[in-house]
Design a protein around this ligand. Structure first.
Ligand SMILES: Cc1ncc(COP(=O)(O)O)c(C=O)c1O
Length: 291
């Protein structure tokens, strides 16, 4: 949208915990400056899509502050761990972001689509879209309005839009923080339970660290090699997703194919985790036996 292009994006390597390597980030900023580029924004993730991992947001905020750069956090689903007692430490430092993206239509289970970006500096936000560029036909309305900085017209690309925030307001009022906290905690506990089931099973393996509400895993029968394992798991995923009753997602981390369970559904039951493990193994064995 800004026309900066993909070449302006520097991807920073991550470690075994799928977290940005801080030293590599610092080196990248340094190298760019030496080549006369102007790095201006550090982006951290609170809950990566693949594995639900969290960057060290406090450390990223320190680097951004030291280097005088904007600090953006993508917390599309992960930001909501802030509501959990056991996992809120993962978002320490998120409150220092200059901007934070969160979705209400993911872990908050609100109807599509209600993405949200919070920007700390109201004037910077406002002047991005308006300052000095008011269209002629809007000028009188603009002058009449008392609080220009809060007028939604001035804070995003569209002028005409739905009253999307109404559903957020209504649901927050109806359910309240306590209920959302309980539901998010419940999803996290269920994922812990699933991770334990997988760890305790000789034919299943965890393929990424379990940090929040995502479990990446594979069916890996004893003695099966990498190629067979990948083929088998691709078939398992296809077989499951043929079925209209339930579905599973998949991904690759460091070129390794895996199944991925991301638990954001407030109606998930712990027994669904038992079902998932049972089905994956049953389908896996059926495929192995050519049935
Ligand atoms: C971390 C993260 N950021 C951004 C997105 C994009 O989501 P949306 O287009 O629904 O806002 C996703 C989707 O899964 C995500 O997991």
């Amino acid at each position: 949208m800004l026309g900066l292009g993909n070449e302006s994006l520097r991807k920073i390597p991550t470690d075994d915990n799928c977290m940005i390597k801080l030293r590599d980030l610092e080196n990248a900023i340094q190298e760019d400056r030496e080549q006369d580029y102007h790095p201006f924004c550090v982006i951290g993730c609170a809950g990566t899509t693949n594995s639900g991992s969290f960057d060290d947001l406090e450390a990223l905020a320190d680097i951004a502050e030291r280097e005088d750069m904007w600090f953006h956090v993508d917390g599309a689903f992960g930001a909501w761990v802030k509501l959990s007692d056991t996992h809120r430490h993962l978002v320490r430092g998120m409150e220092r972001a200059d901007s934070l993206a969160v979705d209400f239509h993911k872990w908050m289970n609100m109807p599509y689509g209600i993405g949200c970006t919070l920007v700390r500096d109201r004037l910077a936000h406002f002047s991005t879209f308006v300052y000095g560029h008011e269209a002629e036909y809007l000028k009188s309305a603009f002058e009449l309005s008392e609080d220009q900085l809060s007028n939604p017209h001035n804070l995003a690309l569209p002028l005409s839009r739905n009253f999307s925030s109404l559903k957020v307001y209504m649901l927050l009022r109806a359910y309240g923080r306590k209920k959302y906290s309980r539901l998010i905690q419940q999803n996290l506990d269920q994922i812990n339970y699933l991770a334990k089931l997988i760890e305790g099973d000789d034919e299943l393996e965890l393929t990424a660290p379990v940090v929040s509400n995502v479990v990446c895993f594979r069916f890996k029968p004893i003695n099966s090699d990498e190629t067979e394992t990948e083929k088998l798991n691709r078939l398992i995923s296809a077989e499951i997703n043929k079925n209209a009753f339930w579905m599973i997602s998949d991904t690759s981390i460091n070129d390794k194919y895996m199944l991925r369970a991301c638990n954001v559904n407030h109606r998930t039951k712990t027994t669904d985790m038992d079902f998932l493990v049972r089905e994956v193994k049953e389908i896996g064995h059926r495929l192995l036996n050519g049935v």
